[in-house]
Design a protein around this ligand. Structure first.
Ligand SMILES: Cc1cc2nc3c(=O)[nH]c(=O)nc-3n(C[C@H](O)[C@H](O)[C@H](O)COP(=O)(O)OP(=O)(O)OC[C@H]3O[C@@H](n4cnc5c(N)ncnc54)[C@H](O)[C@@H]3O)c2cc1C
Length: 395
């Protein structure tokens, strides 16, 4: 049987890998190369997956039964095994993130996958952009100014989320799915920075300064890690998990804020004990409490003079420095997005309920997960599930 995939990201490549053992597989990619966002991920942390146990895994994803089934069906260990079978060993780093073994570069991972697909006779058609459906709901691609209707027994779409347009992402395809009566939800930023109105002077002075070994608190949750002060506010792994709830708060035009705990490993009493034996003046706070200048400045911002001058009160505030949030960074800048094809439009095999000859994989679907390897895992799991189902059902 012939299967046509649209978009050459990790979700499609996983589906193609599964299907290529049994079927004729074609990938249509609008760019001049596949996997551009995968390579961007490689330039950063390049967490291929996360060692989270099967039990803990689904808890970090948005609550969609189809997605959870796919994650349990092809979990993080399966990703590691699959990569190992392709000759790429991985290791578990800090906070459970899984990386390629030292020395293996991101483009080598991608190249190895593409080599295997080539060995399996998968045909990759670059510069072939999906531009809509014909009257029989068959996809049309544009190549060399020619419009070609793609004939296949099944179609898989993995056109990705909305961020980082230079990797091929956009929402141009929404209208084509809307035209065949499939509901899309606007892309919104996830795993993105937060806008903080700290004033130009402060932001200019401290932009680029990391806040290490902190914890961010909001909505009754605490995330330890690191953040960086940017020219617009805050970014970093301790921030990202709060973005979904922050997005809801901001959409309701309610006040949004986070608290920074600059000393997550010390209690207030432990901090106060540092001052009990000595008279500490504000000019010595950074030394006494082991604070960077940026930490000191943030903690001081919301305090009245009396509180600031009182070392004991200041120590208490180090555990809960208020940071008012005024917005989320844009879709374009975000690491990932929510929105795209509504999960209500797909069945448990990720086929469009209204068009079962079409399946959807990866970030093109409306789901959410934090960074740390969970985004790629979501792509691999949905790609695997679709490939596995079609291997069983297409004869
Ligand atoms: C800066 C950054 C760092 C990241 N780091 C990590 C990380 O460390 N770990 C992690 O798990 N995740 C990470 N991610 C997220 C991860 O890269 C994405 O979740 C993943 O690439 C999404 O895969 P996908 O297959 O759904 O879509 P994509 O990778 O976006 O691929 C979609 C493909 O579809 C193509 N396409 C789009 N429209 C058309 C069309 N009309 N016709 C044909 N082709 C089309 C695009 O050109 C693209 O090649 C990171 C992302 C960014 C931006």
């Amino acid at each position: 049987m012939k299967v046509a995939l649209f978009g050459g990201g990790p979700a499609s490549l996983m589906a193609a890998y599964q299907l290529s053992a049994k079927h004729e597989v074609h990938i249509f990619e609008k760019g001049k190369r596949v996997g551009r966002k995968f390579l961007v991920a490689g330039n950063g942390g390049f967490n291929l997956t996360n060692q989270a146990t099967r039990e803990k895994l689904t808890a970090v994803y948005s609550n969609h039964p189809q997605l959870h089934q796919a994650l349990l069906n092809f979990s993080t260990n399966d990703t590691r095994t699959c990569l190992s079978q392709l000759g790429m060993e991985t290791f578990i780093g800090s906070s459970g993130r899984v990386f390629p073994e030292k020395g293996i570069k991101p483009n080598q991972v991608l190249q190895r996958i593409m080599d295997v697909l080539e060995e399996r006779k998968v045909k990759v058609h670059l510069d072939h952009a999906f531009i809509g459906f014909d009257q029989a709901n068959k996809p049309i691609v544009l190549a060399n100014e020619n419009q070609i209707t793609i004939e296949a027994d099944h179609y898989i779409f993995g056109l990705g989320g909305g961020s980082w347009s230079k990797t091929g992402a956009n929402s141009d395809w929404f209208k084509h799915f809307n035209a065949i009566n499939v509901q899309t939800l606007p892309f919104q930023a996830s795993n993105c920075g937060l806008d903080v109105d700290w004033g130009d002077e402060f932001q200019k002075k401290f932009a680029g300064t990391p806040l290490k070994n902190i914890a961010i608190q909001a909505y009754g949750q605490t995330f330890k890690g690191e953040a960086i002060i940017t020219e617009y506010g805050l970014e970093g792994n301790a921030i990202y998990p709060l973005v979904p709830l922050m997005r809801e708060t901001l959409a309701k035009k309610e006040r949004a804020y986070v608290f920074i705990d600059f000393k997550p490993n010390s209690t207030v009493e432990m901090l106060q004990s540092k001052i009990s034996s000595a008279v500490i003046k504000p000019k010595n706070y950074t030394y006494a409490f082991k604070l960077s200048k940026a930490m000191h400045a943030i903690a001081k911002r919301n305090l009245d003079k009396e509180t600031y001058l009182n070392p004991s009160a200041f120590a208490t505030c180090l555990k809960k420095a208020l940071v008012p949030i005024v917005g989320l960074r844009s879709v374009e800048e975000a690491i990932s997005t929510v929105g795209g094809i509504s999960m209500d439009e797909v069945d448990v095999q990720f086929r469009l309920i209204k068009h079962p000859h079409i399946s959807i994989v990866g970030e093109m679907l409306d789901w959410d997960a934090p960074t740390g390897g969970f985004l790629l895992q979501g792509c691999f799991s949905t790609g695997f599930k679709v490939g596995q189902f079609l291997n069983q059902s297409l004869r």
